[in-house]
Design a protein around this ligand. Structure first.
Ligand SMILES: [Zn+2]
Length: 433
């Protein structure tokens, strides 16, 4: 009996030890470093951010308006809110003003960018004042502008981040919205990360990108800024090449960025082409599309904050300020930087010789570009790309290719008959396809 009890105790003890060791081993394998979580005292939830924006629009109907665009593809739905700022909108012809398109939150984990969108809208509405802001000068600058702000381009991706997936940058079904555009789409570098940079199954496969493209083509902006975080940088095209474009406008873009760096980034910001500065080439980006296809004279990507000391797993800290002082400093510095862009960029664009823009317009646009959902009438640079109609991209491409193929076949048969009639030589060659 005593022996049996001893055996029972001994086996219980070894079982206990076994469980303890297993737990320890599990802890060693799965233990995570201390990760920073979203500080809700600083950051709005996406829902509350939209509430704040709706409140601003409601309080300033003479300056702000809001529309929400929805698009769906294969059971996946995306919603993009667009806020438009313009003074005395009804009195003025919008086409006589400079048009500015700003997008924030294209990557889910970069929450600080959407906070900046809200801050800029608060400044524009007159509810928030920046230090050293000359309101008379600001008013005269803003009189000439129509500004469209997309505060959260990737709402579905952001919701994943808010539910705890703090490293998620892609949209709600795993596609990187800054690789889903058509310029050099799908090209993969040696260091391509299929998780982070998934470009989707085709250019514009994602509803978010479709909405943004439609917005860009109809609004036809003079200035585009895609706002990101992860580092401090002021990028201009190209992302898919390691050089900047040629020409006068490229020089002016560079000079504008140097001014912003000096005035608002304390000379810390990296400046140059995205592809040449960031350390990797990026294919299928929004900014390259805006510059090359929409012919936006000044197209930029701003990276507004990054913490290089953060561990690579600590995504929230890598991409977002975590203390009140830095959070506010970033929002104030970059709101002021945008006001400088609003002031200087139109001056620079206004001096561009007319032909420089026209020559860009005249360039060849591929059939696929035309058939990517829109048929457009391009008449002049600063206006007029009318959407004629919209059709399913895949269907129209397929029909067009079938039509081409059958035309070639018919032509071949027709020519064969003529030459047969003339020489009565038998045709034995096959169609080279
Ligand atoms: Zn980003």
């Amino acid at each position: 009996m005593g022996r049996l009890r001893f055996l029972l105790y001994a086996s219980g003890f070894s079982l206990g030890l076994c469980v303890l060791f297993s737990l320890q081993a599990f802890w060693v394998v799965h233990a995570k470093p201390d990760l920073t979580h979203i500080n809700h005292d600083l950051y709005h939830s996406s829902e509350n951010l939209m509430k704040e924006i709706k409140g601003l629009v409601h309080r300033h109907p003479n300056k702000l308006s809001l529309e929400t665009v929805t698009s769906r593809n294969k059971g996946y739905q995306a919603e993009v809110a667009v806020v438009t700022y313009g003074r005395r909108r009804k009195e003025n012809d919008d086409r006589s003003k400079y048009r500015i398109l700003l997008s924030f939150g294209q990557h889910g984990r970069e929450l600080i960018t959407s906070e900046l969108a809200l801050r800029i809208l608060s400044v524009l509405s007159g509810e928030h004042f920046l230090p050293n802001m000359d309101s008379d000068f600001l008013n005269s600058t803003l009189d000439k502008l129509i500004i469209k702000v997309v505060p959260m381009e990737n709402l579905n991706g952001r919701e994943l981040v808010e539910s705890g997936d703090l490293c998620e940058r892609r949209n709600g079904r795993g596609v990187d919205l800054n690789r889903n555009w058509s310029v050099d789409w799908g090209k993969k570098e040696e260091d391509f990360d299929p998780y982070e940079e998934n470009p989707g199954i085709a250019p514009f496969s994602e509803p978010e990108t479709q909405i943004m493209r439609k917005l860009a083509l109809s609004f036809d902006p003079h200035i585009w800024v895609n706002v990101h975080s992860g580092m401090e940088a002021l990028f201009m095209p190209y992302d898919h090449k390691n050089r900047t474009p040629d020409g006068v406008m490229s020089e002016r873009m560079k000079s504008l960025l140097e001014n912003v760096n000096l005035l608002h980034c304390h000379q810390r910001c990296m400046i140059g082409s995205g592809g040449g500065s960031v350390g990797y080439l990026a294919h299928g980006t929004a900014t390259d599309f805006m510059y090359d296809i929409v012919n936006v004279p000044m197209a930029f990507t701003f990276e507004i904050y990054g913490d290089e000391t953060a561990s690579t797993k600590d995504c929230f800290k890598m991409f977002n300020p975590t203390d009140f002082g830095t959070f506010n400093r970033v929002l104030n510095d970059w709101s002021a930087a945008f006001l400088t862009v609003f002031k200087l960029a139109p001056q620079q664009i206004g001096e561009v010789p007319y032909k420089a823009s026209v020559s860009k317009l005249e360039k060849w646009v591929s059939i696929d570009e035309y058939l990517d959902g829109y048929l457009m009438e391009r008449s002049s640079r600063y206006g007029k790309k009318k959407e004629v109609f919209e059709l399913g991209m895949q269907e129209i491409r397929t029909y067009f290719r079938l039509f081409l193929l059958s035309s070639v076949l018919l032509m071949f048969m027709f020519c064969s008959r003529i030459s047969k009639g003339k020489s009565s030589r038998p045709i034995v060659s096959a169609i080279p396809l």
